[in-house]
Design a protein around this ligand. Structure first.
Ligand code: DX5
Ligand code: ZN
Length: 215
């Protein structure tokens, strides 16, 4: 069964406590938390104080996706705010190996996020140290975008790289995931589905999560 990680970027921020409760009662596995700095991506979302509060509202895994420059300057702060998994973008990290070691030494699982234009073979020498690859299936910065079809090919390639080496790295697909394309994404080899709008903009989010889980 896939791991389901609803993205709270699409949640109702006026009712965040209620949204957290809904996810707690649902079959969701992870809370996907999107942090944007207005530099690495052309948008600004939420940051440390919000994650600190969300941490108090759930015991589920907090999966923090950093779309920021210089993530190394903030890794410890995100650990303190409650992140269980911390993902940094390969495109934002000239010393990615150092970033990954830092995240692990702080006691978090380490994720590497990759943009749609970044070839998966650039991950070859970091995969052994990576717990999760957050593969973007839209250009990061905004929710409610359309899934980029070429992602399916990239999932297959990455899954092959992981299986050939016998690694345990999880493939997480982020952006434009719907009930319609989820099966194809899982079939291509992904383990984790992030879903923002598909979950939160539905009239029955728990049911959507259950459907994604049982895809
Ligand atoms: C985009 C974020 C995604 C986003 C997904 O930059 O990384 O996690 O919230 O939202 P949907 O599922 O609506 O595409
Ligand atoms: Zn994300």
């Amino acid at each position: 069964m896939p791991i389901i990680a609803p993205s709270l970027l699409a949640a109702n921020f006026l009712n965040l406590e209620q949204e957290c409760r809904m996810l707690n009662e649902s079959e969701a596995d992870w809370f996907h938390l999107d942090v944007m700095d207005g530099k690495f991506v052309p948008n600004i979302s939420f940051g440390l104080p919000v994650i600190e509060q969300i941490r108090k509202a759930t015991t589920k895994t907090c999966d923090v996706h950093l779309m920021i420059l210089d993530p190394g300057n903030y890794a410890e702060a995100f650990k303190n705010a409650g992140a269980d998994i911390l993902s940094v973008h390969i495109e934002a990290c000239p010393h990615l190996h150092r970033n990954i070691q830092q995240i692990k030494s702080l006691g978090m699982q380490a994720g590497v996020a990759i943009n749609p234009h970044t070839p998966v073979n650039l991950l070859a020498d970091i995969l052994a140290d990576t717990d999760v690859v957050c593969m973007m299936s839209v250009n990061p910065g905004f929710g409610a975008q359309k899934f980029i079809p070429h992602t399916i090919e990239k999932i297959k390639q990455l899954r092959k790289m992981i299986d050939e080496k016998g690694f345990k790295t999880l493939i997480e697909i982020d952006g434009g995931v719907t009930l319609e394309n989820a099966a194809e994404i899982i079939h291509a080899g992904a383990h984790v589905l992030v879903a923002g709008n598909t979950v939160f903009k539905s009239s029955d989010p728990k049911k959507i999560i259950q459907q994604l889980k049982n895809i």
